[in-house]
Design a protein around this ligand. Structure first.
Ligand SMILES: CC(C)(COP(=O)(O)OP(=O)(O)OC[C@H]1O[C@@H](n2cnc3c(N)ncnc32)[C@H](O)[C@@H]1OP(=O)(O)O)[C@@H](O)C(=O)NCCC(=O)NCCS
Length: 165
């Protein structure tokens, strides 16, 4: 792997945390004034990619998206906060968890509107996958996500094998 000057805390999950905030404008919504699913997926992909790249110091490509759940509609005028962090780093790939919180600023109501797991692969200039740093979970939640991410990875790779065959 290329030698880089690494931030002393970059092995930790906390270092990979990303928070991205968006205001839902008319161009982001359908005819009912709800945030378009595709727009939200784009935001989730970007937040997750920044998190994966922060951990790996590489360009990362989206390899898989799973467990994308729309728990609640998000309305025009609401503020959307996307929180992403690397749950686990494997050989060349990472699982990034994204949580989306919708906030109504007139009532201060907040709800978890969406969640998903995205797998990113770190690549070099020739689009070849490259080894990444392992990641160290510290908090109870980080350790739980780290453990569960391995189970999800095995399921994902199993599905990939079935689709390929
Ligand atoms: C993702 C991609 C780089 C994988 O390339 P590949 O030649 O299949 O590479 P490998 O089989 O060596 O897999 C590389 C890593 O990706 C992981 N991977 C590949 N497909 C996966 C999937 N469907 N789910 C989970 N992980 C996957 C592998 O497990 C491996 O990770 P590991 O080293 O941590 O074990 C390649 O398929 C690709 O470029 N896809 C298109 C990506 C893209 O265009 N995304 C949208 C724009 S960013």
């Amino acid at each position: 792997m290329k030698t880089q000057s690494l931030h002393p805390k970059k092995h930790f999950v906390k270092y990979s945390q990303v928070e991205m905030t968006q205001l839902v404008l008319p161009n982001d919504t359908n005819q009912l004034g709800n945030l378009l699913g595709g727009r939200l997926m784009e935001w989730m992909d970007i937040a997750a990619a920044i998190s994966a790249q922060r951990h790996s110091n590489r360009v990362c490509v989206t390899a898989a998206v799973d467990s994308l759940v729309f728990h609640h509609p998000i309305r025009l005028g609401e503020v959307v906060t996307l929180r992403a962090s690397v749950n686990h780093a494997f050989g060349t790939s990472m699982e990034v968890g994204v949580k989306v919180i919708a906030e109504n600023q007139l009532t201060s109501d907040r709800k978890i509107a969406n969640t998903a797991y995205l797998t990113f692969v770190a690549v070099d200039d020739h689009n070849m996958s490259v080894k990444i740093l392992p990641i160290i979970p510290q908090t109870v939640d980080e350790k739980r996500r780290f453990k569960e991410a391995l189970i999800r990875r095995n399921a994902r790779l199993h599905r990939r094998k079935i689709v390929k065959n």
